[in-house]
Design a protein. Structure first.
Length: 313
């Protein structure tokens, strides 16, 4: 009896673990934003399964959406609205919409939500500032003046923030600083015009799309070993970029044509090999990509940092 009971318990535990893994696997989704489709005054957030099935619209945000991030543990989607000059959030079903930050900004182009710090960080393209605020009260403000160009990423472990900064009509640099705005330094210069960033702080590789020069690149966090991973082609304008470290992939948004609207999300190995189309269709400019759950939510699961859309010049 004891052996039979013990065997039954093991089978039950195994079944429960299998069920848990199945549920967790089913929750692996890609969220992305698009703007200017079907016409200029539109912008939406979509979700799709990691295998490319189950595409659905989460929420129609209007054409002001630029930054996007997802707190999977809390079940919340955050975005910035450059028309209303605020940061908003809703649940994963597009419900319970609320304002989070409504001051301190005038074109909040990029956001990075850091739940462990209870903060959202942003880059402002008009005020030319980096700022942060509480996720609870919305209190905060700017902490650094900079010629902000398009994206922000926070390194929680080392209390650093990374961003890209304009230095000319077709050039930009990637910088970093402490979270209070001190100790500003150049991470990378002279490698085109980085627009959107994705950083693996563990292996110390940074990836970016170059919207102006139509290429996806990467380099070491010390600025060395710059590599062209995917040369897109003239006027194909790669946008948002994200890392799937569990499967060793980098995803990015790829604009194809404006009339008719046609875009795709592509992916390839982290070294640039085996590029392929993940999702393709009648989309506007795909500027933000977030793959959930986040690291540490489940051992078997992953996320990538969100990216955000650049406004066409």
């Amino acid at each position: 009896m004891f052996k039979t009971s013990r065997l039954s318990s093991i089978i039950s535990i195994t079944a429960a673990v299998t069920a848990f893994c199945s549920i967790a696997a089913a929750e692996r989704e890609v969220y992305f934003s698009q703007v200017f489709y079907p016409d200029f005054p539109y912008g939406q957030i979509y979700g799709v399964n990691l295998d490319g099935t189950g595409l659905h619209q989460v929420i129609d945000t209007g054409n002001g959406i630029r930054g996007l991030d997802v707190d999977f543990d809390a079940g919340l989607i955050y975005w910035s609205d450059v028309n209303a000059d605020k940061i908003m959030r809703c649940d994963l079903n597009g419900l319970a919409v609320e304002d989070i930050v409504t001051s301190y900004m005038d074109w909040p182009h990029a956001i990075d939500v850091v739940p462990s710090m209870n903060k959202v960080f942003w880059g402002d393209s008009v005020f030319q500032e980096l700022g942060s605020a509480s996720l609870d009260s919305g209190s905060g403000g700017a902490f650094l003046s900079t010629s902000f160009a398009g994206d922000v990423k926070v390194d929680e472990a080392n209390a650093k923030i990374y961003w890209n900064e304009h230095v000319g009509s077709n050039d930009a640099v990637i910088r970093r600083a402490d979270l209070d705005g001190s100790n500003v330094e150049v991470v990378l210069a002279g490698a085109g015009k980085p627009s959107h960033l994705a950083i693996d702080f563990t292996t110390e590789w940074m990836y970016w799309t170059d919207y102006a020069n139509d290429v996806v690149r990467r380099a070491r966090l010390d600025g060395t070993d710059v590599q062209d991973l995917y040369v897109v082609g003239a006027n194909q304008n790669p946008d948002g970029i994200a890392l799937d470290l569990a499967d060793g992939k980098v995803y990015w948004g790829q604009h194809i044509t404006t009339v008719p609207h046609h875009s795709r999300i592509m992916r390839m190995n982290l070294d640039g090999s085996n590029p392929e189309t993940f999702l393709e269709g009648e989309f506007g400019i795909i500027g933000n990509i977030v793959i959930i759950p986040e690291p540490g939510t489940f051992v078997l699961l992953f996320t990538v940092a969100p990216l955000l859309a650049r406004r066409r010049q």
